[in-house]
Design a protein around this ligand. Structure first.
Ligand SMILES: [Zn+2]
Length: 282
């Protein structure tokens, strides 16, 4: 079964008078959704008590939880201090995930900045291995770290790079953001076959089991020369990629994935639309 949910909180959640993310799981269930990606993209500020309350609400409402780690993680930084901090930020996200009972954390690897691409990938691999080791020592290794395919050309996170990093340990699951792939490939995802090709590449490198359980971000996207510009909503049909084609590809590959929608302001509403499109294909 594919699970659908938003990354962060929709505008309408606040417009209806809600203020706290701990109310999101109940709100999402009423809508008919089954996943929620809690945003720690500006830092892990959630305390243990709140995280545990979130976890209880998610369990009660059957919502699959993941957390997006801070954006400022930069594994291939030329500065050692920043690499050490990156390990710490991932560790803090894992800790919050443990309190919440979240099964996955999504992590941006970082950017190439002035460093050589090969050096950047090798250095990031080193940081990841170190993080996995610390996670294990602290019994946090039951939470999957999910490095994300990123949308800007100066970011480390092409599909090949993410697959290479995920090959380091079978616990790593790729986060494939199909909007980012589309942007980075300058509109690469046009046909159902284009999505199938992506799935097959993942399967070839990591095997079917990890493909099936993939962590997915999906939204339409605006892009330019540098890749990603901004996420768009499902009704803005002038922007790709097209969800129906993607849904068909997911059916063909019998995916059991988690699909997180990151549409601007309408992430929950669009996640529900995507869930309906997917279900109608049955
Ligand atoms: Zn992300």
């Amino acid at each position: 079964m594919v699970k659908f949910g938003p990354g962060g909180n929709s505008e309408s959640f606040y417009e209806q008078g809600y203020k706290l993310s701990v109310d999101m799981p109940g709100w999402l269930r009423k809508m008919g959704l089954d996943a929620y990606e809690y945003q720690c993209n500006k830092g892990v500020k959630i305390g243990r008590k709140t995280a545990e309350e979130m976890g209880r609400n998610a369990a009660l409402n059957n919502i699959f939880l993941s957390i997006h780690a801070p954006y400022y993680i930069n594994m291939p930084s030329p500065e050692e201090e920043k690499r050490i901090n990156s390990v710490r930020y991932i560790f803090e996200t894992l800790e919050a995930a443990k309190w919440m009972g979240a099964k996955r954390i999504v992590v941006h690897v970082g950017s190439y900045s002035k460093v050589d691409k090969k050096w950047a990938l090798e250095t990031s691999a080193g940081v990841l291995v170190k993080t996995l080791q610390i996670a294990k020592e602290n019994s946090l290794d039951d939470i999957a770290i999910c490095p994300e395919v990123l949308g800007k050309v100066n970011q480390i996170g092409t599909l090949d790079e993410i697959l290479a990093l995920c090959s380091l340990d079978e616990k790593l699951i790729p986060t494939v953001d199909f909007g980012h792939l589309h942007a980075r490939g300058m509109g690469a995802l046009k046909e159902e076959e284009d999505f199938i090709k992506v799935f097959e590449k993942i399967e070839k490198v990591l095997g079917y089991e990890r493909l099936r359980r993939l962590h997915i971000h999906f939204s339409r996207i605006e892009y330019g020369k540098g890749g990603e510009k901004r996420h768009r909503v499902l009704d803005e049909v002038e922007y790709g990629p097209d969800f129906l084609l993607f849904a068909r590809a997911m059916r063909k590959k019998r995916m059991d994935a988690v699909v997180i929608c990151e549409s601007r302001e309408l992430m929950a509403e669009d996640a529900l639309k995507m869930k309906r499109i997917y279900e109608e294909l049955e």
